[in-house]
Design a protein around this ligand. Structure first.
Ligand SMILES: *[C@@H]1O[C@H](CO)[C@@H](O)[C@H](O)[C@H]1NC(C)=O
Ligand SMILES: *[C@@H]1O[C@H](CO)[C@@H](O)[C@H](O)[C@H]1NC(C)=O
Length: 336
């Protein structure tokens, strides 16, 4: 009996010692202690150091050992060359210094045809320490971002990065001396050009339209865009090139990237065509000038891409498009 109590006391002491040790221990030490040995080795091998001056507000997204091996072996464009590995570590480190005013209260259909106001899943974007110009072309004081989205029913969040890829958060935060380690199911995918990203999102028609109008090069090189990519079913056939070019310019918002986490009901943004678009948040869905966001937050080198279900036309052209992809998740409010 006494032995058992002693053992429990010992376990308790060890727990507290490890706990307080973690809060004062360095990133590499805590990563090793907690079994993220491959990621610790990766950070050392790639000379990734923590930014100076950070004060307990860092989030280090650490893939588990198996997840890191999987990520590093991923095929084709996602295959990490030596250059890519050098900067990949800096994309896993984010700063949690953003005031979170951007989890808009969303309303959902209550099943009887009306919307009832409940808090939706919500999202937040974080800026990372990836600032290498080979991968990032944003207005000053903007590094590459990631967008962390909550999932309904209290499941752990998912995190969106380049090429429309996302990874899952797989465990609770672990403290170290400059912030927290957040376990994830893989490395983030680095941001690529818009032209390289659209095929990964399945937006082939808009890519072809950008090519045929000669806009692609311009959009790949503007510093800071939010591109609303109409999905393949939304692209009207047979528009003259100059009309198509105008349509595409109206789908390009200028300035620092606007993530879905930033989109507030009633907000307005300037487009490359010189027009203004308005955001509407309704029944858990976000619309920009009436076009619903189907998939958001594919991070690109110079901003972000959101796939939308409709084309906003600059002039009255009759559309015979039926609304597609009715979101049935809207019919059931998530558990709060
Ligand atoms: C890391 O730093 C060491 C020493 O400065 C250098 O020899 C090595 O090439 C660097 N490795 C990378 C991947 O930059
Ligand atoms: C961008 O990343 C660099 C390099 O790590 C860092 O020094 C800088 O503070 C970051 N900038 C912002 C605005 O987070």
């Amino acid at each position: 009996m006494v032995g058992k109590h002693l053992l429990e006391l010992f376990a308790l002491l060890t727990f507290f010692t490890l706990g307080s040790l973690a809060q004062s221990a360095s990133l590499i030490d805590v990563l090793r202690l907690e079994g993220f040995t491959a990621f610790a080795d990766f950070l050392i091998r790639t000379n990734t150091s923590l930014p100076a001056g950070s004060d307990g507000d860092l989030i280090v997204y650490a893939p588990t050992n198996a997840a890191l091996v999987r990520s590093l072996a991923a095929p084709s464009i996602r295959k990490r060359g030596v250059d890519e590995e050098e900067v990949a570590g800096s994309y896993q480190i984010a700063q949690n210094n953003k005031v979170v005013t951007n989890t808009p209260k969303r309303d959902y259909h209550d099943g009887s045809g009306t919307c009832s106001a409940v808090s939706g899943p919500g999202a937040v974007d974080f800026m990372t320490f990836l600032d290498d110009p080979e991968w990032v072309n944003l207005p000053p004081n903007n590094n590459a971002s990631i967008v962390q989205k909550n999932t309904p029913k209290g499941a752990l969040p998912v995190v969106f990065s380049g090429l429309g890829e996302s990874v899952k958060v797989t465990g609770l935060d672990i403290a170290f001396d400059k912030g927290v380690i957040r376990p994830v199911s893989g490395m983030f995918t680095l941001p690529h050009l818009l032209s390289a990203t659209l095929p990964f999102l399945g937006n082939d028609k808009v890519l072809a339209a950008l090519q045929s109008t000669g806009l692609l090069n311009e959009l790949d090189n503007i510093r800071g865009i939010t591109f609303l990519a109409p999905d393949d079913r939304a692209i009207p056939a047979g528009l003259p090139n100059e009309v198509l070019a105008d349509v595409l310019r109206q789908h390009t918002l200028l300035g620092p990237p606007i993530f879905t986490s930033d989109l507030q009901n009633g907000a307005t943004y300037q487009t490359l065509a010189g027009t203004t678009v308005t955001v509407t948040v309704q029944c858990g869905d976000v619309f920009i000038n009436g076009a619903r966001i189907l998939a958001g937050d594919a991070i690109i080198k110079n901003g972000v891409v959101h796939t939308v279900d409709k084309v906003s036309l600059p002039m009255p052209i009759v559309m015979t498009q039926k609304p597609n992809n009715l979101d049935t998740s809207c019919l059931t409010p998530p558990a709060s």
